[in-house]
Structure formats: C-alpha cells, structure tokens
Design a binder for this molecule. Structure first.
Ligand SMILES: CC(C)(COP(=O)(O)OP(=O)(O)OC[C@H]1O[C@@H](n2cnc3c(N)ncnc32)[C@H](O)[C@@H]1OP(=O)(O)O)[C@@H](O)C(=O)NCCC(=O)NCCS
Length: 568
C-alpha cells in the first residue's frame, strides 16, 4: 500500500492543455500514473498525448467513469472554481499545484471539500509520489530520475511529509542514498490555509500497513508539528516519527520562505516545536544532514523492513518484474513456489504482463486465448519461416526465432490493430451518442474511403473460424463483454449484410477480448508470440527429424498424417 496515490487511482488533469499541464501529464504517465482524462474549458474533444480532453470535470466523469484524483495546473485565479467543479463531479481528492491562490479562495475550497466529503492537497504543493506506483503533481521531475532516487516501499518503506517542495524530493533522495525505502512522499504545500496538513497525513501513514516510520520535514509557523506531538502523546500515531524543523534562525515576525512559515505571538517557534515533538517521544535532529542517519538507526533498532540490502542499495538499475534472492523467486511479488500448481499458465501470463493475478474466470479465458493460438498448421508465415530455417541445419533456437520474427503487422498483428479500431468505434458511439451499429457503419465507411481494411475480420481459409465463437462464449462466461466486444459484434453485423461476408477471425476476437479484460494493446502481439511458440517448436523439431535438409517446402501442398480426430 501507500497513501493518496498508487497505480489503481484514476487521475484527471485540469489545465491539461497548458504548458505545465502538458509537460506534467507526460511525466506522470511515464512514471506509471493512470491519467484517464483532462479538462480545459472550451477545449473538449481535443486530446493531449492520447488523453481525452473535456470541458468540465463532470463531462469527464460522465464519459470516463468515476475519477479518484484531480490535479490542477490552472492559473491561481481559476483554482477555486476548478477545484469546486471537481468536487461537484464526485472527485474525492484534488491536488492544487498552483502558487499564489488567494487565502479566501483556499477557505472556500476547504468549505466545498467538507461539504462533499472530499480532501485536497495544497495549494502551492509539488504533490505526492509513491515510489514505483505513481505520482500526482511535480515531485521527482523526470520519471527516470524519480525511479533512480526513490526506492519503492516493498515490503515496507517510510512515509515522508514535507512542508517544503524542494526538500520533499531532497529528503527522499538522501534517504534513498542511505538505503531507506519509501512508501509515499507528500508535500503538503507552503500556504497558510492548507487541505491535508501534517497531522492528517501522519494518521494516513499510521493506517498504512506498508509504512514503518514517518519522516517529517517541518518548519516554523502554524501548529502542525505541535498537533502531531499531541497525536503521538495520545497514541494515535504509534509509528516512529523522525523530524527536522527548518527555520531555527528566524526571529518572531519574520516570514521564512512560505506564507505559512511565520512565527506570530510566540506560536510556531522552532524551540516550541522541537520540545513538543521530543517530549512526545519523537526523534528531532538538529541538522538536516543528520536526518538519514537517524532514520537508519531507528529502522535498524526495529529490524525495519524499509532498509535495503547492500546489493539493493548499490543497484544501478531496477526491474519490477521478478525479484531473485537466495532460495527465493518472486514474480510480481508472488512467491513462485506458491504460484506453481495454483496459478494456471494463462493467469501467470496475465500476472507477468499486468502485475496482477486475474480472477479464476479471467485466468481460464487467458488459457483459452493461449490455446486458441498455439498452432494453425504449416502454412502461416511463422511456421513456414521456422521450418525453412530449420531445414538449413540451424539450431532449434534460431529456427524458432525465425518463426517469431515473422510475427508482425500482417501476421498476429491484427490483434492489436483490430483492438485499436474497435476502440475508435466504441469512442465514436459514446462521443456522438449513437448506437454501436451506426458507429461501426460510419467508421467502416471512413476506413473504406481512406483505402484501409478492417483488421481482424475475414480469413483466407475459414468462413466460420471455430476459435472465434468458442472464445467469445468463454469471455461471456467470465463476465467479459465490454465496449470492444460489442463493437466487434457490430462490425460483424455490418459485414454480414455486405456482398462478401467477413466473419470475425481469431485475431479480431482475441483483440476485442484482451482489450475488454483491460490489457494494454502493446502486449497483444507478445501474447500471440507466447501462444504460438509451442507450435513453432513442434514444427521445427518435426522438420529436423522427418525431412531432408534444404528441401523445397511447398507452402500449400501438404497432407496431415497425425492422430485421427479424438475427443477430450
Ligand atoms: C498553475 C501553473 C502551473 C500554470 O502554469 P502554465 O502551465 O504555464 O499556464 P498556462 O497558461 O500555460 O496553462 C494553464 C491552462 O489552464 C487552463 N485553465 C484555465 N482555467 C481552467 C479551469 N477552470 N479548468 C481547467 N483548465 C483551466 C487554461 O486555459 C490554460 O490552458 P491553455 O493554455 O490550453 O488555454 C502556474 O500558474 C503555477 O502556479 N506555477 C507554480 C506552481 C508551483 O511551483 N507549485 C509548487 C510550489 S512548491
């Protein structure tokens, strides 16, 4: 777990078409954040890097479904209206990046959040980042650097709460250098009126099973650190708290960097905060440079799981696929010994490609897809290529690789291409508020006009592909029947009334089903390769054991002499 942001959260970007909105959308997506849509009034219908833009958060929520977090990159004067519009659309967390938001507006936002049971981070926040899982806002800059600096809190990590934007990243960086994993870094913002403050963020970390300790970069002004001390005293925060408080040298009445960092009437002094926290049992370091060492000491004393081993600390690059330790192999976090015998191959393929184990029914469907594509006789280009290379005396690996290399746009590639066209049809139906059949008719007409063929329909051999109907039936049994499958049926109906009926082929069916399961189309061709490899191995081994080297392989004229039809 982590707090506020992880890979499951559906994120909206308000101000997505602006300079910062566009740049940050790219960076957030590169880091893995699930950005589902954007909003800029008057720019609905456009798209930014493939992300659809809407005129209002409500329109976005109506088209895309519920949105978890909205991050704002709109000019300060528009923040109040934009945040309230997000709350009205059912968004439960807004991240208010802009600075110079008027205090009165921030108070109005707070009232609207309360009325809607929602929360907000900021204003004037760099946002929140959960290493390896997602970022909302601007923490970490380039995805590559953020991956390098902040190590995921798996199996555990420390939570960072910072009142300074720059020091949020720096604290994460120096903790990483000291070998400490991080669950989430939250910059709460520097303004006088804030949404989520230190005490509330600390309670979230307290409730997060993945967080082992809480690190605070505090500063003078406000009563946030004193309130945290109260929570520690009352045993509402029981995890170790390690803090640094900036602004020791500031005198009363001097504003120290942020609007919220001001000592007034003796409240919010450096000494007062340090004493309150220490009296409550927290560790407070005197210099920022002592913070990482203090965190490491406390974790070590507690046998903390947030500490990295030496080899992990020295790693120059990372993978999130499989973790290897002496006597332990974990695929996407699951011990391979547990998976063996419990997870089917289809489920394991789903796991390794998406990071999550599917339900039993989806696992069966994945198995069905892999079985459906295992082989299609000796005539497809991949089998012919593999056999041809095998006949030269090449090794098994070279011959199978030759077969794999022939899987491209026109062989196996229709799975991905078809899924993309089906999505375009479903989007057209949703956007124009028309029936799927009409959207399919319009889309096919536009493709015909442009001289393009609809991939995934028609077959050079079968008129009724036996794999297609079986896979669709299996998908329905698994409760899968989303917009892609509906669009596929609509296309089939359009073609059925045309001069030459073009039934859906196995590529089209698999593309529609995989897209409705929610897999990323970039792996579709890969799934076909995974499925077809056993068939290629069988062809290569047969070629090498039965046939003469360098024979002339007739691509069509061959017979079958294997077992007669049998039943299961
Ligand atoms: C918010 C901020 C990032 C915007 O800067 P910007 O991207 O350069 O501004 P732009 O004018 O290019 O873009 C703003 C976009 O919001 C859009 N917008 C305005 N009101 C909007 C609303 N209610 N909803 C959605 N979008 C809106 C604008 O139309 C504009 O898009 P456009 O250019 O396509 O018309 C900037 O004002 C800011 O506050 N920067 C400092 C942030 C910071 O450092 N915070 C953390 C401190 S630690």
């Amino acid at each position: 777990m982590a707090i506020l942001i992880d890979e499951t959260k559906r994120v909206l970007v308000q101000g997505i078409t602006g300079r910062e909105g566009q740049a940050r959308t790219r960076l957030m997506r590169e880091y893995g954040t699930n950005v589902v849509g954007g909003v800029t009034p008057g720019k609905g219908g456009q798209s930014v890097m493939g992300v659809p833009v809407f005129n209002t958060p409500r329109e976005a929520a109506e088209a895309l479904g519920p949105i978890d977090i909205s991050v704002l990159f709109v000019p300060a004067a528009g923040v109040k209206d934009a945040a309230i519009a997000a709350f009205d659309a059912g968004v439960k967390l807004t991240v208010l990046v802009p600075d110079r938001v008027p205090v009165w507006d921030a108070m109005n936002i707070a009232a609207a959040a309360r009325a809607n049971g929602a929360k907000f981070l900021g204003p004037n926040t760099l946002g929140v980042l959960s290493p390896g899982r997602g970022v909302v806002g601007m923490i970490g800059g380039r995805a590559e650097s953020a991956r390098q600096w902040f190590k995921p809190g798996v199996p555990a990590g420390v939570g960072i709460i910072s009142r300074s934007g720059g020091m949020a990243s720096s604290t994460g960086y120096y903790l990483g250098q000291a070998g400490v994993r991080i669950s989430t870094i939250a910059h709460i913002g520097g303004d006088a009126v804030l949404g989520i403050r230190i005490p509330e963020a600390a309670l979230m970390f307290e409730a997060d099973p993945q967080t082992e300790a809480i690190v605070i970069f505090g500063e003078i002004g406000s009563t946030q650190e004193e309130e945290l001390a109260g929570l520690i005293r009352d045993r509402k925060v029981t995890k170790p708290v390690i803090a640094y408080i900036g602004g020791k040298a500031a005198r009363e009445g001097t504003r120290f960097s942020h609007a919220g960092a001001i000592i007034e009437g003796g409240r919010g002094t450096h000494a007062g905060k340090v004493t309150a926290l220490r009296d409550a049992g927290a560790t407070v370091v005197d210099a920022f440079g002592e913070l990482p060492g203090a965190v490491v000491d406390i974790l070590r004393n507690n046998k903390g799981k947030s500490l990295m081993s030496e080899s992990e600390k020295n790693a120059v690059w990372h993978t999130a696929v499989t973790q290897i330790e002496p006597n332990r192999v974990a695929v996407r976090g699951y011990d391979i010994a547990d998976l063996i015998g419990k997870a089917s191959f289809g489920s394991a393929v789903h796991l390794i490609l998406t990071g999550s184990l599917p339900s039993a029914a989806i696992g069966r469907l994945m198995d069905g897809i892999l079985v459906a594509s295992i082989d299609h006789g000796a005539t497809p280009p991949s089998a012919l290529a593999a056999r041809t290379v095998a006949s030269t005396g090449a090794s098994l690996s070279s011959a199978v690789a030759a077969g794999i290399m022939s899987i491209n746009r026109h062989h196996g590639g229709a799975i991905e291409d078809c899924a993309r066209q089906l999505k375009a049809i479903a989007d057209r139906a949703a956007k124009s508020n028309i029936a799927m059949g009409e959207a399919a008719t319009q889309h096919l007409a536009a493709m015909k006009e442009a001289g393009e063929r609809m991939p995934g329909f028609g077959h050079r051999y079968h008129t009724n592909d036996p794999r297609t109907s079986r896979l669709f039936a299996l998908a329905l049994e698994a409760g899968v029947d989303g917009s892609h499958m509906k669009a596929a049926r609509a296309v089939e109906e359009c073609f059925a009334v045309a001069k030459k009926p073009l039934p859906m082929n196995v590529d089209g069916a698999i593309g529609a089903i995989l897209a409705d399961i929610g897999l990323n189309p970039v792996v579709f061709n890969g799934i076909f390769m995974i499925a077809r490899t056993p068939g290629l191995v069988a062809h290569v081994v047969e070629e090498q054991s039965r046939e003469k080297p360098m024979r002339r392989i007739d691509p069509v004229n061959h017979g079958y002499d294997g077992p007669p039809p049998r039943t299961l």
